[in-house]
Design a binder for this molecule. Structure first.
Ligand code: SME
Length: 160
């Protein structure tokens, strides 16, 4: 297992994702424990991009429950349709929120969070978990993040 990430800090966002994904693949290959793999994935994203908060919420008994994350403490349970995470789960699709204050029902775990992206991952055709990333900058996520993070979730799906 690689123990250091090699991603150039001068590379643009797409180049960083391109360098990062195969490294997450080799970090998670050969490890069947889901929590270990999600924990390293959250850490790798945080380390590469310096996001304010990166983590997973897992669908458990019809709620989202906080999983491995990097960043300040966060709310532990989210109901379907609530907040950005609950809405991404309900719609089974990626949501990009350029300004969280403009999103009706946004759940503010921290007042420092300004923009957010949530990407679901699927098992047997149903949402199994969502990846939630918060930025302390407005409008920090775009189509490039959505495409690469969806690819990352596809890569993790066989491990779910
Ligand atoms: N803001 C999220 C809640 C989770 S925290 O950001 C970590 C939401 O509205 O679903």
């Amino acid at each position: 297992m690689a123990e250091t990430l090699i991603v150039s800090s001068s590379a643009d966002k797409a180049e960083r994702y391109q360098a990062l994904l195969p490294q997450i693949q080799s970090l998670t290959a050969g490890e069947k424990d889901l929590i270990a793999n999600l924990a390293n994935t959250a850490a790798a994203l945080k380390q590469t991009f310096g996001f304010f908060w990166v983590g997973f919420y897992l669908v458990k008994e019809n709620e989202l429950v906080l999983g491995p994350f990097q960043g300040p403490i966060a709310c532990t349970r989210i109901k379907q349709g609530k907040g950005v995470c609950g809405m991404a789960w309900q719609k089974a699709q990626t949501l990009i929120v350029p300004d969280v204050n403009e999103f009706p029902g946004h759940i503010a775990c921290s007042s420092e969070s300004k923009s957010e992206i949530v990407v679901p991952a699927f098992k047997n055709g149903r949402v199994f978990l969502v990846l939630d990333i918060d930025s302390d900058k407005l409008n920090d996520f775009d189509h490039t993040d959505a495409v690469w993070l969806q690819q990352l979730m596809k890569m993790l799906e066989p491990l779910l």
